[in-house]
Design a protein around this ligand. Structure first.
Ligand code: 4AD
Length: 456
């Protein structure tokens, strides 16, 4: 169907005075004595295009005034009184009617209400803006890494190893429940892959394989976590950006993470001005200024041990008690970034017992070269580390955790054959979108959220 994107009607002045065809869904409609007006949106722009119908002209439009109706409109582009453009309709074709039971009748619906209709909420201003910002951010991430000689690799989604070793994996099986098997081993042996398999929680281990050949790589794909976390920042299926860098130590990883986050935010501020103004007006007053401020300063860096000291001396009444060795909870992360540093902060060198087996062991014997990036309002958006590159130390860390070394033979080989210092990080894409848009629930920054107890 030949037609012009509504976005282009707004941006290309060359259409003024011309007769064009546009398509879209009716967002609002007004019917007066002599004229009728339709606000049409085709998803290419946050702005609706006004279609003006002169009732004295011979245009059939009665069915076209219902909210949600899809239309094809032929008409002349003219300037309106506000310096923008509208269309004087010449011909209107209803592509799909929309009855009164269409649920999006009000100007503003709550996000909770919209969550009950993921198939329709894309037609609201909020999701129009979220999905476009998301798309621009995805492109910016690719651009950032491609410009810097990183190779985009696709790591497997079905895996035989649990990367984080935390047992949060969804099982992949073709065999239903059966009491015929005597034990797990027998059951898995009979299954599709001949052993236990699951959906990957992270592409990191395979990402390391690629980095040990290509030097600098990144992945950008879904990761799956079967964790029972019913919070505003956890999804069972989230999009994960995982760069892995050879010949790099912890400070190099931190530098790359800061530079990438700043690049993505700069791109959104420059490219999505309408959308960002919308979020600033409706979701978080001062959002644009906050982001400008964030990218104009160096992020803070704080050792975990120092963070614990700050938290203990804060006098705050935290729900989760703070002791050296504990994992930082969201309330702690937010206190550090919002109250103490008042900006984004990298927390480094966590106790080895609360982090994964693959992290480089520090000389103190107690901590590992881990890093999390905490941002005000959201908490952790990035987790990463320098990796243990020493074969013997890695094996010892895996044995301490009673891991089955046979499942990790490829990974261990990397430490046998030309091992190099290397590291990387994982960015939770939706968490960064939350931070950039001011939308406070992760369920509202992805088309179809998957969370514990909810799938559609
Ligand atoms: O800290 P995580 O678990 O680190 C890893 O997976 C490493 N393998 C990454 C690496 O070094 N390549 O996860 C990384 C990030 C978190 O900081 C968070 O932003 C996001 O992934 N994340 C989630 N986002 C949404 N829902 C969940 N359930 C998430 N779990 C982690």
């Amino acid at each position: 169907m030949k037609h012009i994107d509504i976005k282009n009607i707004f941006t290309d002045k060359e259409y003024i005075g011309q007769s064009v065809t546009v398509c879209g869904w009716v967002r609002t409609a007004r019917n007066s004595k002599t004229m009728a007006f339709i606000a049409l949106n085709d998803g290419t722009s946050l702005n609706h295009l006004q279609i003006v119908i002169d009732k004295s002209a011979d245009i059939s439009f009665e069915d076209a005034l219902h909210l949600g109706t899809s239309l094809k409109v032929i008409g002349k582009v003219v300037e309106d009184q506000h310096g923008s453009v509208e269309i004087n309709a010449e011909e209107i074709t209803v592509l799909g009617t929309c009855p009164g039971e269409y649920p999006l009748q009000k100007k503003r619906h709550t996000l909770e209400f919209l969550r009950t209709m993921p198939h329709l909420r894309g037609r609201t201003n909020t999701f129009n803006a979220v999905l476009r910002v998301r798309s621009i951010m995805a492109e910016a991430i690719h651009q950032y890494f491609q410009d810097r000689n990183f190779v985009y690799v696709n790591t497997p989604l079905i895996t035989g190893s649990d990367c984080e070793g935390a047992g949060e994996m969804f099982q992949v099986t073709t065999i239903g429940y059966s009491t015929d098997y005597k034990n797990d081993e027998e059951y898995y042996a009979d299954d599709f892959f001949g052993r236990r398999a699951g959906l990957s929680v992270s592409g990191q281990l395979e990402g390391e394989v690629a980095a040990m050949a290509m030097g600098k790589i990144y992945t950008f794909g879904p990761s799956f976590r079967a964790e029972n976390s019913n919070t505003p920042k956890h999804l069972a299926e989230f999009w994960h950006v995982e760069p892995e860098i050879a010949f790099a130590e912890l400070p190099d990883i931190i530098e790359e993470a800061e530079s990438m986050v700043k690049y993505v935010i700069r791109t959104v501020l420059d490219t999505c001005q309408e959308e960002m103004k919308f979020f600033d007006a409706h979701f978080e007053k001062g959002l644009i200024a906050r982001l400008e401020e964030l990218i104009s300063h160096e992020f803070g860096v704080c050792d975990y041990t120092e963070a614990i000291r700050i938290l203990k001396e804060s006098g705050e009444d935290f729900q989760y008690p703070v002791e050296w060795g504990c994992d930082l909870q969201t309330e702690h992360e937010r206190y550090i970034s919002e109250k103490v540093f008042k900006k984004a902060v990298f927390v480094t060198n966590y106790p080895k017992d609360i982090k994964s087996f693959y992290m480089k062991q520090n000389p103190d014997g107690k901590t590992v070269a881990a890093v999390d990036l905490l941002v005000p309002g959201v908490g952790e958006i990035i987790g990463g580390s320098e990796r243990e590159a020493d074969y013997d130390k890695l094996v010892a860390a895996m044995n301490d955790r009673n891991m089955n070394l046979d499942l990790y033979s490829d990974y261990l080989d990397l430490r046998k054959f030309g091992s190099v210092p290397h590291g990387g990080f994982g960015l939770g894409f939706e968490r960064l979108i939350m931070y950039v848009t001011g939308v406070s629930n992760i369920r509202d920054v992805i088309l179809y959220p998957r969370t514990v107890g909810s799938i559609r």
